[in-house]
Ligand binder design. Structure first.
Ligand code: G4P
Length: 531
């Protein structure tokens, strides 16, 4: 068991959250560079080809040249085995992006220094907070003109409601960017443009006490400003407290420039030191400890139809405890079946390799003949427990869906229900209308195209989508509430999900509060359950 423990304890599994263009891809590439997983020449090209290779799974991805699926990158650095979970952004933002966060033990939040906290970061941050996982902040693009540092920290605290603790402090920005002051070692690390980030960018480390060194490297003005800011900072910022970091109540903040490769390795080192080993996870049998339990995992994502000829699906599992041995049988709890997982594989951005073993913290993809659902538990044959389900995340775009050929009703209902079960879309019915009026909700608009494409190609059903103006959905906590008894606003719509649970749709956010005011005792939730 001790080898298994060592393997598990050296694992760090995290997701990078950011708004598109903040520098997530660039930062990931630099991490891989330090891990030796790629070389620099390959990395620049790698961005496009990596995306493409993953994308080949679906025709629609090829057509658009973007990736709908999220992948996992595994690499070694020092003695760590690191799993980075990719959270797709841009147009391919979907419920999977959120679900991926359910499989991570911590998150790195990348913020563009000239933009501050942006919409997508805010959304993803909410999910991290719900899970109380540690969140580390990397404020990127310091080689460009940045917002005032105190303002940036203030914004994070106010907008996201998390305390910040700067681990280092930038000296200037843009053309005047001189480097960072590392608060722990009390020294200045100087910046030089490394021409798009060769690994050996030249940096000098100058202790704050070395007056002459500072003067010659950052100059008089920058030094004076730094001294002043350090004083302010020491007086005003939260004390570093590892416990608060690990409970997700305090975010350590770092400054740097991923593109020019400044501050990235320091960040990686601190991050690995402070972040957690694979976390225990809640199950109906209590907390399952990664190193004290035999193999167990849960399904957090299902990717359908990577190979059209076989209509196959891949179920992505996060291993929560023990060691996975591909030659051994396991129990799929929800299906009540003992089976061997078929073609277990690990997915690199541009590579899939069949695995024989993996450990808690790792992600594996297994061939799914259609038996798994999101949130399912897999454990050893002699065991029988279920991990806590994955919530249903709120869709933000809604459309009424109609089939063009009404004779194909059966295929249509079958197709749309199956696609909804895989978790690509959510479907609802208008209150009192049955399956006549189907409303589809998605987290990212691209899922509408995926739905249309898949219904046509897999079920031979053409549909028409009519966009609806709703943007906010709320689950009614007391599921026995009679929808007809709710008095809402004029922009509100009453709907039910496939299981008959009542929900409300709103066009305006303020209508939610108004509806709560008008209905004494009504409780609304932003996340649904998958139970
Ligand atoms: P994303 O994955 O979060 O969407 O962002 P990505 O890394 O693709 O970066 C978005 C753009 O910002 C890229 O420029 C990238 O080179 C640039 N960038 C990332 N980090 C830094 C940084 O530290 N400093 C500066 N100045 N720029 C940075 P692009 O022109 O859109 O793409 P590319 O042609 O450079 O690949």
């Amino acid at each position: 068991m001790s080898d298994i423990k060592t393997e598990i304890n050296r694992r760090r599994t995290f997701a990078i959250i950011s708004h598109p263009d903040a520098g997530k891809t660039t930062l990931t590439e630099k991490f891989l560079l330090y891990g030796g997983a790629i070389n620099l020449a390959g990395s620049v090209k790698g961005k496009a080809t990596a995306r493409h290779a993953v994308s080949d799974w679906m025709e629609i991805e090829k057509e658009r040249g973007i990736s709908v699926t999220s992948s996992v990158l595994q690499f070694e650095y020092d003695d760590y085995c690191i799993n980075i979970l990719d959270t797709p952004g841009h147009q391919d933002f979907s419920e999977d992006t959120y679900r991926t966060l359910m499989a991570a033990d911590s998150a790195v939040m990348v913020i563009d220094a000239s933009k501050g906290v942006e919409a997508q970061t805010r959304k993803l941050f909410k999910v991290c907070v719900m899970r109380h996982i540690p969140i580390f902040t990397f404020i990127n693009k310091m080689d460009r003109d940045a917002n005032d540092t105190f303002d940036l920290l203030d914004e994070i605290e106010k907008e996201l409601g998390i305390a910040t603790c700067p681990m280092n402090w930038p000296i200037g920005s843009g053309k005047e960017f001189k480097g960072v002051y590392d608060r722990r070692s009390k020294s200045v690390v100087t910046y030089s443009d490394t021409q798009k980030g060769t690994k050996e960018g030249e940096t000098n480390i100058i202790p704050l006490t070395d007056e002459e060194g500072l003067l010659s490297h950052i100059g008089n003005d920058a030094r004076d400003k730094l001294t002043e800011e350090i004083e302010l900072l020491d007086g005003a910022s939260a004390e570093f407290d590892l416990e608060l970091v690990q409970s997700g109540d305090l975010t350590p903040v770092f400054f740097g420039s991923a593109l020019t490769n400044f501050g990235v390795e320091i960040f990686l080192k601190y991050f690995l030191e402070m972040t957690t080993t694979p976390l225990p996870r809640k199950a109906d049998a209590g907390l399952i400890q990664p190193t004290e339990h035999e193999f167990s995992a849960f399904v957090f994502k299902i990717q359908a139809n990577m190979n059209k000829a076989h209509r196959d699906r891949i179920a992505f599992m996060r291993i929560c405890s023990g060691r996975f041995d591909a030659s051994k049988e396991v129990r799929h709890v929800q299906g009540n079946k003992v089976m061997r997982l078929s073609q277990p594989q690990q997915l690199m951005a541009n590579d899939r390799k069949i695995l024989e073993e993996a450990y808690a913290g790792d992600i594996i993809g297994v061939f799914d003949p259609g038996v798994f659902s999101i949130g399912d538990t897999v454990c050893m044959p002699g065991e029988q427990f279920r991990y806590e389900g994955i919530p249903t995340f709120a869709p933000e775009h809604f459309a009424r869906v109609r089939q063009i050929d009404t004779m194909k009703r059966k295929q249509f209902v079958k197709g749309i229900t199956q696609i909804a079960q895989e978790g690509a879309i959510q479907i609802f019915q208008e209150c009192n209308s049955g399956m006549e009026e189907i409303i589809v909700g998605v987290v990212g608009v691209l899922q509408f195209d995926v739905l249309k494409y898949r219904l046509e190609n897999e079920y031979n059903v053409e549909i028409r989508l009519e966009n609806l103006p709703y943007e906010y959905i709320r689950w009614i906590v007391d599921e026995s509430t009679d929808l007809n008894s709710i008095s809402g606003t004029s922009d509100m719509k009453k709907i039910t999900d496939l299981k008959g649970r009542p929900l409300l749709l709103f066009v305006h956010e303020w209508s939610i509060g108004m509806t709560l005011d008008r209905n004494q005792g009504l409780e609304l939730a932003e996340f649904g359950t998958n139970e």
